[in-house]
Design a protein around this ligand. Structure first.
Ligand SMILES: *Cc1c(COP(=O)(O)O)cnc(C)c1O
Length: 388
């Protein structure tokens, strides 16, 4: 019997090494990894540049407290703010912490500017913001919250893509609207650009902050650095995590100068957040992702991937109902049980991730090659054939 608390329904398989888009189990069997640790291994497994960086940094310095200036942290924050809408970055260790920091920052802003009644955050059904208490009740997924009451107050939830309900939910206590630019766990559901624009306008009109959770869809996953970029809007606060660490636990919250006013010394903290080792890896990930042409290549390969997936949908229209998502954040909505589909795909030595609405999520590393896409399509094809 395992001594690990049974909070996961784990598949009975373990891996001993990984390289690029492949994982190798204990017997040395090769798996095509389109799970990427749930959109975490953005540069694939054991990317040479990251291996080198972690080796070098591990000989210099691992951890010092945030009571000191950390040059690697200054550098990563500078690069993130130079490249994005943000003026400041606050480093955490995970996505949940990053979304919770966003909530704190939004509330503190209104508190500081003399509108302390504005405390509540509007969220959407089907959302996922993490498993810590506030993040849990922010998303309010019935499967996740059962037994964990008392409920953390301060969130008002409305249905996804229902403007009327959203407008009705806004009161003079509302501080912010928080939404994933593309719902990940919820089944790869995009918030269309016109809705993002609408949300921005609504927030401006009602004096609310817009928090876009890009923990899953950010850091190049869609072919843009952030999924919201294409819409042309500017959010106020953006939590990130998953892909920025390339496999090293790293989260952050990005925000504008205007919103930062209340976040003075002592108002937030993290023992580990932003330590030199994590920051070295984060900088290493950016070294690659921000290289000239890297994201163009993600866009190019993802167009090919999308075309091939649509081909499969046409061929197996009784199995694949819909191709969802953007860039290398793709979902297939299935007419069959997604868990069964994933089992079958695993027999063909390919790994993917489950989501709501019978969706499977496909997260190839951003360095995926055409050959690896072809291999994935062939394995999905075999699986569809078998399940027809
Ligand atoms: C994964 C995820 C989180 C939580 O991240 P953890 O690192 O597991 O705490 C939050 N928001 C979104 C959109 C996510 O996909």
């Amino acid at each position: 019997m395992s001594s690990v608390l049974g909070t996961y329904a784990r598949k009975n398989i373990s891996f001993s090494k990984g390289k690029g888009c492949y994982l190798y189990d204990l017997k040395g069997e090769q798996y095509l990894d389109f799970a990427s640790g749930i959109a975490v291994n953005s540069l694939g497994h054991c990317h040479e540049h990251l291996v080198k960086i972690i080796q070098e940094q591990s000989k210099k310095l691992w951890h010092v407290s945030n009571m000191f200036v950390i040059p690697e942290q200054e550098k990563l924050a500078k690069r993130l703010t130079d490249y994005t809408f943000a003026d400041f970055v606050c480093f955490q260790n995970s996505g949940s912490e990053a979304t919770e920091a966003s909530i704190k920052i939004a509330r503190k802003y209104f508190h500081t500017i003399g509108q302390p009644n504005k405390k509540r955050i509007i969220t959407f059904k089907g959302a996922f913001h993490g498993r810590t208490l506030a993040a849990l009740f922010a998303a309010n997924n019935p499967k996740h919250i059962e037994g964990f009451d008392p409920k953390v107050d301060g969130f008002d939830q409305v249905p996804f893509a229902d403007l009327e309900s959203l407008k009705k939910a806004i009161t003079n206590e509302t501080a912010a609207i928080m939404i994933e630019t593309i719902l990940g766990e919820g089944g790869i559901k995009e918030v269309p650009d016109y809705c993002l624009k609408g949300l921005r306008e609504l927030c401006d009109e009602k004096n609310l902050l817009l928090i876009l959770d890009e923990v899953q869809c950010g850091i190049g996953r869609t072919g843009d650095f952030f999924a919201f970029e294409k819409s042309g809007i500017v959010p106020d606060i953006v939590p990130i995590a998953k892909g920025i660490g390339g496999g090293f636990p790293l989260g952050a919250c990005l925000l504008t100068k205007k919103i930062s006013v209340g976040m003075t010394p002592g108002t937030h903290g993290s023992t580990f957040g932003g330590n030199p080792l994590a920051m070295a890896v984060g900088n290493g990930v950016l070294d690659i992702i921000l290289q000239d042409g890297f994201l163009d290549n993600v866009k190019k390969i993802s167009k090919y991937f999308n075309r091939e997936l649509i081909g499969l949908k046409k061929k197996y229209s009784k199995i694949i109902l819909e191709v969802r998502g953007r860039g290398l954040l793709k979902g297939l909505k299935l007419a069959v049980d997604n868990a069964k589909f994933i089992e079958t795909l695993m027999k063909h030595k390919m790994l993917v991730v489950k989501a709501e609405e019978q969706v499977i999520r496909l997260f190839p590393a951003l360095i995926v090659s055409k050959k690896e896409i072809d291999e994935a399509i062939s394995k999905i094809n075999e699986t569809c054939k078998e399940m027809s």
